[in-house]
Design a protein around this ligand. Structure first.
Ligand code: SF4
Length: 425
């Protein structure tokens, strides 16, 4: 009995250390998986159920059991709290402890899944093998059908990546630093190639199995929620252009489901890093997520959003409005005849409204009242569109005049930008 209590306290202590260490990883959204409850197993990961989505007060998405396997690490990345030279309390779970914690928390309805990352102890394979064993035991011994997001350790073997993909819903290989120069400066022991290799392997395996699925009935599930990555923003000197262009390349090259942007949290006085107290503004992260959203759902490409003349996202207005102000020659757009993807580029019109406009205009030409009823934010859109009643605003405003008017009207919204997450459009 006394031995059991000591064990419990030990696990509890590890949990407080390793859950705290995991909070710097933001790549834990769990959308996109559909793992049904089978074999009278435990739980499911069904889309629409809000599985293991949770938001910390600062707007980051977390999974409720979000832990590191260990915060021991053989590497010394300057920006990381777990780096080997940092004098912190260290701990490591055993495979069985993580499995037991997950099952116990799940049974008590505390969590709906597991987000498991790790420092690297001994070597990448040694660490990855343990991560895989946890996922495998959960799936095969405990018939756990909840969501599992594993960190894929750069440098681990393809064989371990393949096994991880069979048990995890999502795998993420963190790029961490957006540029090669940043990596050389802040994590010189690490190689970009070691990060690219598993991403490439996962992409090829996903494509191969998708192809097999077209001709064969039984093809094993393989990372059904795909792969993602995380980049740290503001630890190095990279511009928003560097980050957005990198994300765009990686979406295309590796079929990533998501890129997560994590503002660097100053944790040391290392001269290579921004000093303590120089926190990356939440607004920078938010703007990057908005630009990312535009690339994934609104047909924008990275070059349109940021180029050498505009290497940083506008802090005053969102990236869509910023693009529109730089490209007034595309406007005004006639809402009743314009192409769908051109309407989607109008500030103040989100994709839901675009779809409503496209289906409604086949019956009648649309006017201002109808557009407002469809959710169009006319305070912004009115400068960029015409409808059956013509233009609402005179057409010869300059970009600067439109910007000032919109900012003036939206004053309260734009002054609250530092609070939590922005609405996207
Ligand atoms: S390898 Fe990962 S855990 Fe280790 S120091 Fe670098 S960023 Fe931190």
């Amino acid at each position: 009995m006394a031995k059991a209590i000591v064990m419990q306290e030990r696990v509890h202590e590890k949990l407080s250390i390793l859950a705290d260490a995991a909070k710097y990883d933001v790549s834990c959204a769990s959308s996109g998986s559909d793992r049904k409850n089978t074999n009278k197993g435990l739980g499911n990961a069904h889309p629409g159920m809000g599985i293991c989505h949770s938001y910390t007060p600062d707007g980051r998405c977390i999974s409720l059991l979000k832990i590191l396997l260990t915060n021991h690490c053989i590497y010394d990345c300057a920006y990381c709290v777990s780096r080997k030279s940092n004098d912190i309390k260290r701990a490591a779970f055993t495979v069985q402890e993580v499995v037991d914690l997950t099952i116990n928390f799940y049974r008590r309805n505390y969590i709906e899944g597991l987000f498991l990352s790790s420092g690297i102890f001994k070597d990448p394979d040694y660490t990855m093998e343990r991560l895989v064993r946890i996922a495998k035991d959960l799936r095969t011994i405990h018939k756990f059908n909840g969501y599992i997001h594993l960190k894929a350790i750069p440098g681990a073997s393809d064989e371990l990546m393949r096994e991880a993909g069979m048990y995890a819903d999502r795998l993420s290989v963190n790029l961490e630093l957006p540029t090669e120069e940043g990596l050389k400066l802040l994590a010189p022991e690490k190689k970009r190639a070691d990060m690219i290799q598993p991403m490439n392997y996962l992409k090829n395996e996903i494509i191969r199995l998708d192809d097999e699925r077209k001709v064969l009935k039984k093809v094993p599930i393989f990372v059904p929620a795909g792969q993602s990555t995380q980049v740290i923003v503001g630890a190095g000197k990279e511009t928003d252009k560097d980050i957005v262009h990198l994300a765009s390349r990686f979406y295309q090259q590796f079929r990533l489901k998501r890129v997560y942007y994590s503002g660097y949290v100053p944790i040391s006085n290392d001269v290579r890093l921004p000093g303590l107290g120089h926190q990356v503004p939440m607004l920078r992260e938010n703007r990057l997520y908005q630009a990312d959203w535009l690339m994934r759902f609104y047909g924008f490409n990275a070059q349109e959003l940021l180029d050498d003349a505009h290497p940083h996202l506008d802090t005053e207005v969102d990236p869509k409005l910023s693009w529109a102000l730089r490209n007034l020659h595309f406007f005004p757009v006639d809402i009743n005849i314009a192409d769908k993807m051109l309407i989607a580029r109008v500030p103040g019109i989100g994709m839901n409204s675009v779809n409503k406009i496209i289906s409604a205009r086949t019956f009648n030409a649309l006017g201002w009242d109808q557009l407002q009823q469809m959710g169009v934010q006319l305070n912004r859109a009115k400068y960029f569109i015409t409808c059956k009643k013509g233009a609402m605003e005179k057409k010869d405003f300059t970009a600067e005049q439109i910007r000032r008017q919109i900012l003036h009207q939206s004053h309260s919204k734009y002054t609250k930008l530092h609070s939590s997450q922005l609405s996207l459009f």
